[in-house]
Design a protein around this ligand. Structure first.
Ligand SMILES: *Cc1c(COP(=O)(O)O)cnc(C)c1O
Length: 408
């Protein structure tokens, strides 16, 4: 059985092993073969250059439209310099968890600066977004509570609900009427959990409406802004700022630092009481080594750039608008997204794979996303833009797309 990141289950052929114990190498080999047979086997590409729009992958120079480095900061010289200086000042390893002796000055300053940036009372830095989601949900919810999840939520939110042992219900993508019905019927504490920007579709969750529902029904709203922080809102403050709403109770805001910020790590923002509760009880915060302090220093520099260089977001918006106009003219099917995630729906998995390899022949890297990651019949190219893309590079992409079957 294979469960993809949205919890969609793909049945693999059962292993016909005669013994009751089935954890043998033969069985693992059979399972791996089944993945290959179903076209679900995945291979890693070898990146031999820094992350960026022009990369070397498997010895081939490629123009990439697939990273989450939306502002082009992953290899920014200023961020690199801050990392080096941080290592000189604080060493490499943090040496302990935050509650022992791993919590250093750079972590502390980063938390204060992030809280100020997103407009929250307080922030807690976690080692990854995956761990932040698991830590928050398990700390606040448990047996006898209910978690409502958008059908398209990221794997880490799905896993967070599973590990918390709460009941969880998934509602159709963005279906507010269904959410309200579930809230009305609930007789246990409830948390709504949603991606703020959906990672495979690029659209936004209806955050103002979800905040209103959370208030009306006295539930938590956990919003994971992995793809909105840095790219949306005033000075990149994220999806809530984009909608002109603040981060007040009962909102729990998750930001990740490995995407638009170009570094690594994540944070939870909320009220002082919420953050203190997480600090005392979130197991993925307590029982793990603190992020290297030099990474926190690099993130502080990247935050300074995110805030001050609005031109990055303006350029990104222009690229997105020109791309959408160009693709619409070709008659290809776009999704309703205004963010840096711009999927083109091609239908069958074969069509998506064929498009990816045709683009690759022209030196352009765009991944094909197939079922079960997305619903059957909606296999797509998932194009992502970065502020580091030039207009000329966008034109190269558009010319290549114009030669796909179905484009005119
Ligand atoms: C990438 C991502 C995460 C995980 O963040 P990491 O810091 O990479 O662990 C969580 N949620 C969403 C929506 C993401 O896209």
């Amino acid at each position: 059985m294979l469960v993809d990141y949205k919890g969609i289950v793909t049945k693999l052929p059962a292993c016909s092993h005669p013994r009751p114990r089935d954890l043998t190498m033969t069985d693992l080999d059979q399972k791996l073969q089944a993945l290959r047979d179903e076209n679900l086997f995945r291979e890693r590409r070898l990146l031999q250059s820094p992350q960026g729009v022009e990369v070397t992958i498997d010895n081939e120079p490629l123009l990439a439209f697939c990273s989450n480095d939306y502002l082009g900061l992953a290899a920014d010289p200023r961020v690199i310099a801050a990392l080096k200086q941080g290592a000189d000042n604080y060493g490499v390893g943090s040496g302990a968890s935050h509650l022992v002796t791993g919590h250093s000055t750079p972590h502390h300053l980063l938390e204060e600066e992030l809280a100020d940036f997103v407009g929250a009372e307080r922030v807690l830095v976690f080692s990854t977004g995956y761990m932040a989601n698991i830590g928050v949900v398990s700390a606040l919810m448990g047996r006898n509570s209910l978690i409502l999840e958008d059908k398209l939520n990221h794997a880490s939110l799905i896993d967070a609900a599973r590990l918390s042992r709460a009941d969880s219900r998934r509602y159709p993508h963005g279906d507010l009427a269904r959410v309200e019905q579930l809230l009305r019927e609930a007789n246990t504490p409830v948390m709504m959990a949603t991606d703020a920007v959906f990672s495979m579709d690029g659209d936004l969750a209806p955050l103002p409406e979800l905040v209103a529902l959370a208030r009306k029904y006295n539930s938590w709203l956990l919003a994971d802004d992995a793809h909105g922080l840095g790219t949306l809102g005033e000075h990149g403050q994220g999806s809530f700022s984009h909608f002109g709403i603040g981060l007040d109770d009962p909102t729990i805001y998750i930001g990740t630092l490995g995407k638009a910020f170009g570094t690594f790590g994540a944070f939870v923002a909320g009220s002082d009481t919420l953050i203190e509760t997480l600090l005392q009880t979130a197991r993925t915060y307590i029982y793990t080594t603190a992020l290297p302090p030099a990474v926190a220093e690099a993130t502080r520099e990247s935050l300074r750039i995110v805030k001050s260089e609005d031109w990055r977001r303006e350029h990104l918006r222009e690229l997105i608008a020109k791309f959408r106009a160009g693709v619409t003219e070709m008659g290809l099917e776009l999704m309703p997204s205004d963010t840096a995630i711009q999927p083109i729906v091609l239908g069958s998995a074969e069509a998506a794979l064929a498009a990816t390899s045709r683009l690759r022949e022209q030196g352009i890297l765009v991944p094909a996303i197939r079922p079960p990651t997305v619903p059957a019949g909606t296999a797509r190219l998932r194009i992502t833009f970065s502020a580091a893309h030039t207009d000329a590079q966008l034109q190269r992409l558009l010319s290549a797309l114009a030669e796909l079957p179905g484009a005119k």
